[in-house]
Design a protein around this ligand. Structure first.
Ligand code: ADP
Ligand code: MG
Length: 683
């Protein structure tokens, strides 16, 4: 592409079947140029897929079949004793028909000195004809066209698995706009529209429930098999399936911007990312092809010239080497595996942001878990309200704390705000709300700077009086998270919260061990008694409590020194630096959070920790499959090259071997599409 006038940059994303071209150029020239590549039909983005691609591949299939028939007829005639005057035209016809596309492309690439596979194959076919090996030339042309056809169809299958994800969103939406109900294309829905979702219908846009209640099956996005109850105020996502109730949803995002659209976009990008194994293959191929090409020329020319050997057999050997110079199987071995594994994970609500992270998942030896929102539900509830100052009622204590926490995303903050709402206490206005990560929050309420947070926070801002310290310690000893409320000079009281363990946490840790993890650590900013109890409940090896976000980073670094590859699993609240410091950062429950979705290496749309062991097995299986594929492809080439010298390798055998290797390698990679999370109940 870059050779076309005006084009400054071009990139192909095979997984998404897109071609990006930059510069000032003639689009029709790009489309014509693209047509010169195997099985490619380009059309401008957004234009409907016409009959062209199907017609193109049908034509290729027809040529392949015709070529095969010609070849058969040639063999049959030869077997029946017909003379060369009959067989040669038959073989020549089979050669030209089967080799049509390859030869045409080869002749175009040659003047540009691009020695691609089309040039090599054209050379091999023409050379065979030149030395009178018509039969061989026909067989090579036929087999190579079969191999191209197979490759195009298998690549299509891997791509279609991603398409299924894109087809999730309904094409039309029933909305109420300007007081009337109307059906519009889903792409035309705008934020602010009111979407009317009937029972059993797919939801067409991201939005917030305004009326009605229902259970929504979010499996397409989060991978959770159980429907989630939705009441007014709850978010819903495009592509999910409404249950038995009717819902009125206020649209919050444009069609290109929905969670589903983002996921698809990120998956496409991830599949296009080059994995480390791919870089090895690329480097190898860069030297391999020219080296074999030089060897081919040398083999065809040197023995007859220098040693006086006959020309015919040695040119034939050179031609065989030309065919062997294609690193075909090697080139497809890694991408097909990565694309399959990433598509598999995406179907289960897990976004892996590229082959490198996938391979890293397969190498993990230790896992660090964040406590709040990861191991626990992140739905803490207020259990105790303990005023410390005369005249402060429990409701007043809660109201002040809720004022300070009113805009925080932290699960503890949300629990306090929620408790205030439930008890119906009037929450005063607050200004200058500031989050103090790992400590608490600060705001100015009724003219005073008020803090809500742990004892560490108060120790830093003015000291904790003995009564407050005793109260906090007592609540912590009961296994609760204790927060103090006060100013730098006065302690108003303490609020205790408890957060339930996720039911899957214990099984997930056991699953991690079964998947080969040797060390599980629990990292938390919460107090030691709570953290210790949680660690014991889930079966962790190590627990570190009262950590600030930067201390979590230090803990991850230390684990990396001890164990090599370490994953950090968190909810993205207060733990983003630790996620970034880990070998793989896994964020969970990110369906609603754009930041976590964009920054994590691996994002669990839902919050099922039990996906983790599966991901590790998937990563490991990917590494294994890639190794098998690379090893196998190299071995086949080595055998083929070795067989050329004694003259054992016939041209058709060389092509057949290549084809067989490519198909085997592709099929092996596509097994990753079918890997199932066996530890989970079937979904
Ligand atoms: P975890 O490591 O368990 O996910 P965090 O790092 O988010 O916890 O927070 C650690 C501790 O910091 C909490 O247990 C709490 O004591 C305090 N804290 C953090 N943010 C807040 C907040 N917004 N309000 C009150 N306390 C907070
Ligand atoms: Mg957290």
């Amino acid at each position: 592409m870059a050779a076309l006038p005006g084009v400054t940059r071009s990139a192909i994303n095979f997984a998404a079947s897109t071609l990006t071209v930059e510069g000032r150029f003639d689009p029709s020239a790009v489309i014509r140029e693209a047509a010169d590549h195997d099985g490619v039909v380009a059309r401008p983005e957004g234009s409907p897929a016409g009959g062209a691609p199907a017609a193109g591949s049908r034509l290729n299939a027809a040529r392949t079949v015709l070529s095969g028939l010609g070849l058969l007829a040639g063999y049959a005639a030869g077997f029946a004793g017909a003379s060369a005057r009959v067989t040669v035209p038959l073989f020549a016809a089979a050669m030209l028909v089967g080799g049509y596309t390859t030869i045409r492309r080869g002749l175009r690439a040659l003047p540009r000195l691009q020695f691609d596979m089309n040039v090599m194959m054209t050379g091999a076919v023409a050379g065979a004809a030149a030395i009178g090996q018509w039969e061989e030339g026909a067989a090579v042309a036929f087999l190579y066209s079969v191999s191209n056809y197979l490759e195009a169809t298998t690549a299509d299958r891997a791509r279609r698995s991603l398409r299924a994800l894109m087809d999730l969103a309904p094409r039309e939406a029933r909305i109420r706009r300007d007081g009337t109900e109307q059906v519009v294309p889903a792409g035309r829905v705008l934020p602010g529209d009111l979407l009317m979702v009937r029972p059993g219908e797919k939801i067409a846009a991201d939005g917030r429930v305004r009326g009605g209640t229902s259970a929504v099956n979010q499996a397409p996005i989060t991978g959770e098999s159980l429907p989630v109850d939705k009441t007014p105020g709850d978010p819903v996502y495009a592509g999910t399936l409404n249950g038995h109730g009717a819902l009125e949803v206020e649209v919050t995002r444009e069609a290109e911007d929905t969670t589903l659209a983002r996921i698809i976009h990120l998956v496409e990008e991830a599949q296009a990312q080059r994995a480390p194994s791919q870089q090895f293959v690329d480097r190898f191929a860069r030297y391999y092809t020219p080296a074999v090409l030089a060897l081919a020329v040398g083999l065809a020319v040197a023995p007859p010239l220098l040693l006086g050997f006959p020309w015919g057999p040695w040119i034939y050997r050179g031609l065989a080497l030309l065919v062997v110079s294609c690193p075909c199987a090697l080139v497809v071995s890694t991408p097909v595996s990565i694309v399959s594994a990433i598509a598999n994970a995406a179907r289960r609500g897990v976004l892996i942001k590229g082959g490198a992270h996938l391979e890293e998942l397969g190498r993990l030896r230790a896992v660090a878990l964040d406590k709040t929102g990861t191991v626990t539900l992140g739905r803490a509830a207020v259990t105790d309200l303990r005023p410390l100052e005369d005249g402060v009622t429990p409701d007043r204590l809660l109201a002040l704390a809720a004022a300070v926490e009113s805009r925080s995303e932290h699960p503890l903050a949300r629990a306090i705000v929620e408790a205030a709402r439930r008890r119906g206490v009037a929450v005063p206005e607050a200004q200058d709300l500031t989050a103090l990560p790992g400590r608490g929050a600060r705001a100015s309420v009724e003219g005073e700077t008020l803090f809500v947070g742990n004892t560490r926070l108060f120790a830093e801002v003015g000291g904790v009086d003995p009564a407050a310290a005793r109260l906090a310690a007592g609540l912590a000893a009961e296994g609760k998270t204790a927060l103090l409320v006060g100013t730098t000079r006065r302690m108003l009281g303490a609020i205790a919260l408890a957060d339930g363990l996720r039911p899957q946490s214990r099984a997930a840790v056991a699953g991690l061990r079964a998947a080969g993890i040797v060390h599980v650590a629990l990292l938390t900013g919460d107090n030691s008694p709570v953290a210790g109890a949680m660690a014991k409940a889930i079966g962790a090896d190590e627990v570190r409590a009262e950590l600030l976000p930067e201390q979590k980073v230090a803990a991850i670094r230390e684990l990396r020194v001890r164990f090599g590859s370490v994953a950090m699993v968190g909810d993205g609240v207060n733990d983003a630096p630790a996620l970034a410091a880990a070998s793989v950062g896994v964020a969970m429950g990110v369906a609603g959070s754009d930041v976590a979705l964009e920054t994590a290496d691996v994002a669990l749309m839902g919050d099922d920790l039990a996906r983790l062991p599966f991901l590790m097995r998937l990563g490991r299986a990917t590494l294994r499959v890639i190794q098998q594929n690379i090893g196998f492809s190299l071995a086949i080439k080595a055998v083929a090259i070795a067989a050329v010298f004694p003259g054992w390798l016939t041209l058709w055998l060389a092509v057949l071997g290549d084809m067989g290797a490519s198909v085997l390698v592709t099929a092996n990679g596509m097994r990753l599409l079918a890997l199932r999370p066996d530890e989970n109940p079937p979904d």
